[in-house]
Design a protein around this ligand. Structure first.
Ligand SMILES: *[C@@H]1O[C@H](CO)[C@@H](O)[C@H](O)[C@H]1NC(C)=O
Ligand SMILES: *[C@@H]1O[C@H](CO)[C@@H](O)[C@H](O)[C@H]1NC(C)=O
Length: 314
């Protein structure tokens, strides 16, 4: 009896110690902050930012864009980027949609235009603010998102190609596919996978969003679930066609096909240095965020094998 109580007392002490250590760990983490003023914000989007306590000198920036019904805070909580930022010293921007239902405006002419004064413009201004305030590295700015955030990732790549070096897209649609001519519209022809175009036509849609731009477009990884009944799987194929058209790749002839990559249910198709598709037949809406894979693709995590590739791709 005595022995037991001594035992449980010391167990209790151990628990207290562990809890204290965990608290210390938590106290050391930075927190998500809202930035109320980041420059011109024509569409009223909100900006949240995570700057880790051990932020790197000239840090990289990852813009992580939520899905419909999400918020800046919910995407911060549901994705691994902030935890990875603690580890690798980059900054994460979490934009938040101003619309009820919190989908992004990927349908108006203004948002589909460089400096058009809509959501894409607001998000670009969040990046400009962060580059200035934290002396961040303008050559290492990346964008990612899920669903509506994935659509917006494609739109950011098309409207602000000079800002983003790379991006990853989780179950989106091609840039311009959701066009309705109205703010925050829903294009069911596109969502149901019935918008078809050639690579040349999709590329022309991209080029029209920033006429006169002659530089490179971001390197992109396109994830899609083949059982997606919200944004039908044909959107994967059309998105691949779009960026293959922009980058000059043959979308029908991947140079590499890697089964079970990066997770068991998926196959990775490599079209060249600038474009990879990751198609996961049994997964619906959406493919779970692969945080470390994203960082490898961006070049924030530099492994021995990816070093030469990352170094040659700005
Ligand atoms: C939906 O988008 C497609 C292109 O993806 C376009 O052809 C069609 O006109 C759009 N629908 C509406 C209602 O604007
Ligand atoms: C889209 O691409 C995937 C992966 O390459 C392929 O399995 C599927 O048949 C394609 N779907 C269409 C409609 O072309």
């Amino acid at each position: 009896m005595k022995f037991l109580s001594v035992f449980s007392t010391s167990l209790l002490a151990l628990c207290r110690l562990t809890a204290a250590a965990e608290e210390l760990q938590l106290a050391k983490r930075a927190s998500l902050q809202q930035v109320s003023s980041f420059g011109s914000n024509p569409s009223g989007a909100k900006m949240f930012i995570y700057v880790p306590n051990n932020v790197a000198a000239q840090p990289a920036i990852v813009v992580a864009i939520h899905h419909c019904q999400g918020t800046g805070t919910s995407y911060y909580q549901s994705t691994p980027y902030a935890r990875l930022a603690d580890q690798y010293g980059f900054i994460v921007i979490y934009p938040e949609s101003p619309y009820s239902g919190t989908c992004w405006d990927v349908s108006s002419t203004a948002t589909l235009t460089h400096d058009g004064g809509a959501n894409s413009n607001s998000i670009a201004n969040m990046v400009t603010y962060t580059l200035g305030k934290y002396s961040a590295d303008a050559s290492r700015v990346y964008v990612t998102g899920s669903s509506s955030g994935a659509m917006m990732t494609n739109v950011m790549a098309a409207t602000y190609p000079e800002i983003f070096a790379a991006g990853s897209v989780y179950n989106g649609v091609p840039a311009g596919c959701f066009y309705t001519g109205t703010v925050n519209g829903w294009n069911s022809t596109c969502s149901q996978g019935n918008s078809h175009a050639t690579p040349e036509q999709w590329a022309a849609t991209v080029h029209k969003m920033y006429p006169g731009y002659a530089g490179a477009y971001p390197r992109l990884q396109i994830y899609h679930g083949g059982s997606d009944t919200t944004l039908y799987p044909n959107n994967y194929n059309e998105t691949i066609k779009q960026w293959a058209g922009v980058d000059g790749y043959n979308y029908q002839a991947p140079t590499q096909t890697l089964g079970g990559t990066p997770i068991q249910q998926c196959t990775k198709y490599v079209f060249g240095d600038r474009l990879q598709g990751i198609y996961c037949p049994s997964i619906g809406h959406t493919v779970p965020v692969q945080g470390e894979e994203d960082l490898k693709w961006f070049g924030i995590i530099v492994s021995k094998t990816s070093f030469n590739v990352a170094a040659s791709q700005r």
